[in-house]
Design a protein around this ligand. Structure first.
Ligand code: SAM
Length: 247
């Protein structure tokens, strides 16, 4: 159950600075007071937090589990801030502990793993509370729970409605990466993204040239498990297209 979960009221209320301390800076007078989106989101006159981060998070791993993908991507994309989102408390804590340990092993001036963090969240709820419109460049949906039974399909993290939320937080040109070993779920995810007007399927060529696809296949915990068992992995990536222009 996620009854104990708290959510930021909007992206500006999210305390990213404590998740990425090496990328945190004091808010300047200007940034602290007259950030328009901030003011719009806030109606209780609550005090500004003192710090902000120098650049926005651009990659989200939804249902990150034990963080295999996060820890493989972080050194490959050292300039990019990456967040894992996980609903299970103990699993989130495990990933957070591992982040702390890896950062400590790579103490300053080495900044390895300062670009990766994990938060506990039910990503089926309030995703736009965490990320602003068009903030993200990549969203990973790796080996999501299949929820096999028909009556459980509404628990799947791909649906027309949720895809609209992914479309909102992704920038045009950004990509949703999906992988599963359950063919039925692959067909489901493909169908829901292909019929959504905000997405187009990434070509096999582009997929093969994207190093993130290989990382997702080989470095996720589930990807490794399927590999050991000689199972199949179904990959499909979808690009966020530009919104249509209204005349
Ligand atoms: N992505 C990882 C991998 O590929 O190894 C973990 C896959 S595991 C099968 C699915 C994960 O999604 C679990 O850790 C589960 O707790 C998490 N999860 C399921 N529903 C979620 C939700 N609504 N919000 C956040 N995480 C969720």
């Amino acid at each position: 159950s996620d009854h104990a979960l708290t959510y930021p009221r909007g992206p500006a209320d999210m305390d990213w600075a404590s998740l990425y301390p090496a990328h945190a800076v004091e808010k300047t007078g200007e940034g602290a007071g007259d950030d328009e989106s901030h003011d719009r989101d806030r109606d209780d006159g609550e005090k500004e937090k003192g710090k902000t981060i120098t650049k926005p998070v651009e990659i989200a791993d939804i249902g990150c589990g034990f963080g295999g993908l996060l820890f493989a991507l972080a050194p490959k994309l050292p300039e990019t801030l990456i967040v894992g989102m996980e609903i299970r408390t103990s699993v989130t804590e495990y990933v957070q502990e591992k982040v702390r340990a890896l950062r400590a092993q790579n103490a300053a001036p080495n900044t390895a793993y300062q670009n990766v963090a994990c938060i506990r969240a039910n990503t089926m709820k309030f995703l736009p509370n965490f990320f602003a419109k068009a903030q993200l460049a990549k969203i990973f949906l790796c080996f999501p729970d299949p929820h096999f039974k028909q009556r459980k399909h509404k628990a799947r993290i791909v649906s027309y409605t949720l895809n609209s939320e992914y479309a909102f937080v992704l920038r045009p040109g950004g990509v949703v990466y999906t992988i599963t070993d359950v063919e039925d779920l692959h067909v489901w995810m493909r169908g829901h993204f292909e019929k959504h007007p905000s997405f187009e399927r990434v070509s096999e060529e582009d997929e093969a040239a994207d190093e993130c696809v290989e990382v997702m296949r080989m470095e996720t915990e589930e990807g490794k498990k399927v590999e050991r068992n000689g199972g199949r992995k179904f990959v499909a990536c979808f690009r966020r297209v530009e919104d249509p222009r209204w005349p």
